[in-house]
Design a protein around this ligand. Structure first.
Ligand code: BEZ
Ligand code: FE
Length: 256
């Protein structure tokens, strides 16, 4: 076993043992917890549980001091290989896609503000009813998922619909644990992005819609004030969101 694994596992187990003693955990509660672990595995919810209740601390601790824009959690609903979009850069959607249309645009720069040409934005989001394609019934495969690149001036733009808030699944063990604790299961409305450019650290982030409910009670604790955007009315019943992303230079690989 490595020193690192030994230290981490020892520390985590010590803290669990302390919590058991401090809270007088009963044998019945231990058996219920054991059944809950089994249920999470059988429901395939360990990634969901981790991304709801643990990932935000890893993200804040790993990237809290990084130059450039704020990131936040990846979550469990990213799918690789979303299609690169051609002009007019519209996220794939149904003909009658519900929700308010919005343009999202801005620049990708380095941490000093120099525009980055050819940066890639991998975008995914829930629909206006809070459903992710590929994971929830309703939207067809690939709905509201796509990639765009910045032009020579570092600018990007795409059009989409304003997403809706959503709950984590309520009938699975993660949702049942959330209800048992009396916590809200909602995530506020947001658009996910991974922004990448050669020579820079990938920025995994989300843009939160300022009019959404649950900004102050995100079940995944992933909202940061710097990531809240204000869709401005932009005519034709549409909106415009503007946001600039600044990327930190890639760190030199550690010496062997
Ligand atoms: C999401 O952002 O899509 C998400 C994050 C954590 C848990 C569930 C969903
Ligand atoms: Fe999400």
């Amino acid at each position: 076993m490595s020193d690192r694994a030994n230290q981490l596992i020892t520390d985590i187990l010590r803290r669990i043992h302390e919590a058991i003693v401090e809270n007088d955990v009963t044998y019945e509660e231990y058996q219920a917890a054991k059944q809950w672990f089994i249920d999470v595995g059988q429901a395939g919810e360990w990634p969901l549980f981790g991304d709801v209740y643990i990932e935000h601390v890893v993200e804040e601790h790993a990237f809290g001091n990084r130059a450039g824009s704020q990131g936040t959690i990846l979550g469990p609903f990213h799918l690789p290989d979303a299609p690169p979009l051609e002009a007019p850069f519209e996220l794939p959607h149904r003909p009658e896609e519900p929700g308010h249309r919005t343009r999202v645009s801005g620049r990708v720069t380095d941490a000093e503000g120099t525009p980055l040409a050819g940066a890639n934005l991998d975008i995914w989001q829930a629909d206006a009813e809070g459903r992710y394609s590929g994971f929830m019934p309703g939207p067809p495969e690939g709905n509201l998922r796509g990639q765009v690149r910045t032009g020579a001036d570092g600018r990007y733009e795409f059009t989409t619909v304003i997403p809706g808030p959503y709950t984590i699944p309520l009938d699975g063990p993660t949702g049942k644990m959330t209800a048992a604790a009396g916590w809200s299961p909602w995530r506020p409305a947001h658009i996910h992005l991974i922004v990448t450019a050669d020579g820079y650290e990938a920025l995994v982030t989300q843009l939160f819609i300022d009019s959404s409910d649950y900004l102050d009670s995100d079940v995944a604790s992933a909202v940061k004030p710097e990531l809240i955007v204000h869709p401005e009315p932009a005519g034709d019943d549409g909106y415009a969101i503007t946001y600039d992303f600044a990327l930190a230079a890639a760190r030199a690989p550690a010496m062997a």
